[in-house]
Write a protein that binds this ligand. Sequence first.
Ligand code: ADP
Ligand code: MG
Length: 310
Amino acid sequence: MKTEKILEVKHLKKYFPAGRNRLIKAVDDVSFDIYKGETFGLVGESGSGKSTTGQTIIRLYDATDGEVLFHGENVHAKKSRAEKLKFNRKMQMIFQDPSSSLNPRMTVLDIIAEGLDVHHLVKNEKERKERVEQLLEAVGLNKEHATRFPHEFSGGQRQRIGIARALAVEPELIICDEPISALDVSIQAQVVNLLKKLQKERGLTYLFIAHDLSMVKYISDRIGVMHLGHMVELADSEELYKNPVHPYTKSLLSAIPLPDPEYERGRTRITYDPSIHDTSEEPKFREIRPHHWVRCTSKEFEQYKKELGE
Ligand code: ADP
Ligand code: MG
């Protein structure tokens, strides 16, 4: 278990205005920590607030409320340009759709070197080119690719370019927002393996966002499950798979097919019915076992504990 907190998300809220007196509570009181060197998986169906959480952490949005601490420093309190730049360098993001996040009119060289330029990390054109070539090789491409344009690459290769761009500024934390969802299944594992390799080599920390639990289990140390802006369950990956507590987590898990005929015969798809919840009080995030948290009322907490045999 890793112990040094790199990121602390505390009661984070991000509301969007939606017409007259209406608000979309995209992220509604979400708290979790990420430890240095780990992969924290964030899962939940489309619209549950995962991307908004990632984008608010990285300051693409101002938080409506709550705090984000990076190495104990409040990210959102920093105002000066120099301080913003510092955080921008330490935290990078990789997006779902590499085609739309890479400027089609720029060469791969200029795309990857953008961060090097912004942060003045290279002295001259030669060094700039060398750094980009090293990065291309680090992500499994080759240096001849530097002069080409994004459309000349396959989806998997474009995602590698996105990864190289993020790595260029030597970040500590990378927010990977569904980095493999748009790729062919045959390519997904390659990109995941590349991310794992880079993590090992460079001591990177990942927030890995996904809408299903299948690949996340393989890559994550811990997993947080989001539903309608709330984090409903958080546990070590093993624990979450073996002992899911929240009915929403159970339904997500029941959707994963496994290459095991016996399991498949016994697998029944559970649909989540939010109306089963106890409404006698406001649910809270409670620790049901060490490091295993679930959002529930006190009554549900007792019921879940019984189910777990606690
Ligand atoms: P996810 O990544 O889990 O699919 P999102 O964070 O993208 O979820 O979206 C959460 C909710 O916030 C959705 O209802 C979405 O429509 C809404 N939302 C996201 N971004 C914006 C925005 N910029 N303006 C208004 N509503 C938004
Ligand atoms: Mg999203």
